[in-house]
Design a binder for this molecule. Sequence first.
Ligand SMILES: Cc1cc2nc3c(=O)[nH]c(=O)nc-3n(C[C@H](O)[C@H](O)[C@H](O)COP(=O)(O)OP(=O)(O)OC[C@H]3O[C@@H](n4cnc5c(N)ncnc54)[C@H](O)[C@@H]3O)c2cc1C
Length: 417
Amino acid sequence: MSKHIPQSDIVVLGAGMVGASLVHLLKPALARGMSLTLIDRQALNWDGDIASRPPSFDGRATALSYGTQQILSQLGVWGLMAERACAIEHIQVSDQGRFGQTQLHASEQNAEALGYIVENAVIGQGLLSGLEQPGVSIKAPAQVQGVQMNADGALLTFDNGEQLQASLLVLADGARSALAQQLGIQHERRAYGTHALVTQVEVDREHGHWAYERFSEDGPIAFLPLNKKDFAVVWTLADDQIEQVKALPEAEFLARLQQQIGYRLGRLMRVGERASYPLALVQSKEQVRRSLVLLGNAAHSLHPVAGQGFNLALRDAAVLAEYLNHAWQQNQPLGDLALLQAYEQQQQADQRNTIMASDLLPRLFGSKLPGMALLRDAGLLSMSALPTARKLFTRHAMGLGQRAAKLPATPLSGESA
Ligand SMILES: Cc1cc2nc3c(=O)[nH]c(=O)nc-3n(C[C@H](O)[C@H](O)[C@H](O)COP(=O)(O)OP(=O)(O)OC[C@H]3O[C@@H](n4cnc5c(N)ncnc54)[C@H](O)[C@@H]3O)c2cc1C
């Protein structure tokens, strides 16, 4: 007699920022009886220790675009993040040692903020709360070892031998997804030859909700406002410099960083823990197959210079959820290839434009080729001089340049935005 294999309409593999967001976005179908299993190899109720947290919710802080904040509000999870979020009201973009610079202001968009900086651990608390609801099973920690596509969808095998059958499998298991590789899905990886050094600094005056993006010979540096006098810093450094700079004594580290940013934001006083991430553009060569979708870093992992990785992935997830919620309501199969291709098609332009901008910026500003510096000056100056260009650029950075997905009508956790 064949053994009984548990079934789930949707399996989301990976409870990072993107997998967890998708569960919230699928609330309408869940309310109508759909079953979903969310799996992560790490426990989701971590303690204070960074090492025990899922990678999405480590010591970094993330720039959430205004569009992302609007989505999280509608899902009812923003309330938990709001009191620890810092609004970005102004951004100054400049090129070290050059005269070109531009400034972007929320007021030009009649918005209260261009975006928000939130610590990833706080985003995790927001996204992982309210997941337990009728229709949702959470398996974490649980390690999926194998996947096989079959006539009913995808059959997952855990390392303890248990199995789970899904009509639709969403791989949100991070860059270079091991399961996608098992299924023969290839990816393209282009390393930038740089690492992001991530830390927090305290300065001697309040930041006034200004963010600074500075392009230097080493690569871009972002200072993102957090608490009154604190900034989250993302500093791009060449691969062969990263370990040495990361290990500098505090005073030398601060002096080197101050030299890069100048005194526009005040004097740097203290630095927190330092972590580093190798930077590469990783793109999966396929994002959908019958009964299969790759989402988030599993589909595309970007240079963080423009702070767009999660913002783009959340827009993908919102559009995917719109299709799946509708299909469930219409009694259509969730793994239908035409349905999944329609989702992919709809997100193609947004993905292409966002990936292109995130890839171009570090290459343009990192280039030492003659003439490139003048081109950068021209770009920054014309942005500064032309209100329309600046407005369009700002709208894209705010995550407002695209058609908004239809979101669940009521907040998931019953909390108001
Ligand atoms: C330095 C840096 C700064 C950034 N700043 C920004 C920013 O300001 N704004 C922005 O929008 N984006 C930013 N990003 C991008 C953002 O961090 C990513 O887009 C986001 O983390 C992607 O999340 P994810 O859920 O797709 O993947 P991940 O965070 O990698 O999550 C994948 C999950 O899958 C689980 N998993 C993997 N394999 C298995 C398995 N076999 N079985 C079970 N579970 C598994 C993992 O435990 C993990 O929890 C930044 C990235 C970096 C590196």
